[in-house]
Design a protein around this ligand. Sequence first.
Ligand code: HEC
Length: 512
Amino acid sequence: MQFKRFSVLSFLIFSVLKIDAQSGPNWSEHVAPIIYKSCTPCHSAGGIAPFALSNYNEVKYLGNAVVSATQAKRMPPFPASLEKNRYAHENVLSAYEIDVIKRWNENNHPQGDTSKEPKKPVQNSKSDLPRVDATYKMTPYLVKTNDDVYRCFAIPSNLFIDKMIKGMEVVPGNRKIVHHVLIFQDTSQKPLQLDNADPEPGYSAFGSTGSATSVLMGMYVPGQSPFIYPLDFAARLKKNSVIVIQIHYPPGINQIWDSTKLNLMLEDPKSQREVFVQSPLNFSNNSLINGPLYIEANTIKSFSNRFVMPAKISLLAVAPHMHLLGDSIKSFLVNGVDTTDIIDIPKWDFHWQMAYQFRKPIVSPKGSVLWGKATYDNTYANPHNPNMPPRDVAAGEGTADEMFLIYYWYTLYKTGDENLELDTTPLKMLNVSGINKNKIVAYPNPSTNEIRVINLPYRSNIRVYNSVGNLMYGDNVISPTISINIQDWPVGVYIIHSAGSQGDSIFRFIKN
Ligand code: HEC
């Protein structure tokens, strides 16, 4: 291979002139790309967050709050612990990005050359899916209260043969009020009956749909890109099924309209490997080990459940679900003496529930044991407690009832699954046009401690992104060669992007 040749040659390293180090990070080149990617999708004039972070002045004015929220990792919201498992498309900032924001705030917010500012993300109702094959739009609904609203909208799929869902995208009708969305399919008519029985569009339901045959398809929180199944994976949308869109509208939005829609990219069943979504760990039929799910007032109580794998499968994603007393939840797989962490949400927040896609399948042999453990806080100390003073809470579908459910996306095992890369983040996030005009090269590849980039065009801007688009390194360089210390970076695939007067160039390398 080409890289081998470079790794045996020795290079004269030019001293690297770091313009960055002299002037510190500025808005246009360093801070704006981070804010636009990770904050503006929610923090914009029409977005779900209470204030905008969508231009220089807004971010400068709130500089200290932005530093505080990013240092403490409260923002962007991502409740799963990254110490236990890592996920595809994680919306979190890298340590480098958090530090760039802090240094910029300390240096009194230099604006830099505004012509270098990246394009602001635009929010419209256009689709980000490669192709849209079906759209399901709810009847426009007027929120008529200042309280929280949880409402299901049932829409016939109008499919007369089974199809495979390859991609799924929620397009909020009104981004200011759609806080989170759960998508279900149901082969019974029950959701349509419930919808028809209510004189307004949709019907009231919290957590689940009120129909025992509903199956979760996906979830959405603001700012999220479309969910696209990687490789040849896809989930079945059964013929004649009913699609249920459940939306949470937050308090304080009386007299505001919404009309949210669901876009689907569909494939033929023959061409795809089927993914199933099930919640084998649940609270039904008193299946909890120390159940039933009943949390006395003023207590903190934990429950666990286990499920023995009846066949060898590959787990692809997970989504825990509890209601407002939920405090923490985790899941792991025990196979003989080996334990694999699947998810750990140390501080559960009902309002930021999402599905977490793994970077590689977690292979679960027949006989291995899937565990789930959840803790509920039914005391005054829980700010989300629906009862003040606290009251005894039992399992159920209402806002004030509780649930214990862990959904898993899985497929039947095939040889080689453990080596599949599920994190197929599209390169489009790099916003590169006309790439590879001037080819840069980096070596050794794979590398552990240091990566050397050569063939850099004179005066180029070089950035390194991890596989989910976080900036790991950024600099303006004059010399044709630089070395980057990658010792502390997580193992994974990285993309080097150089931009200069002679055009853009990218190179991928592996850190191991
Ligand atoms: C998924 C949507 C979303 C994203 C992405 C997001 N925020 Fe927020 N943010 C919110 C919402 C909603 C609130 C209001 C409080 C709440 O509901 O948690 C908030 C509150 C805040 C607050 C005030 C409360 C606190 O915790 O300090 C700050 C500051 C903030 N966000 C900064 C940021 C920054 C900086 C980013 C990007 C690095 C970001 N947010 C990304 C939705 C988001």
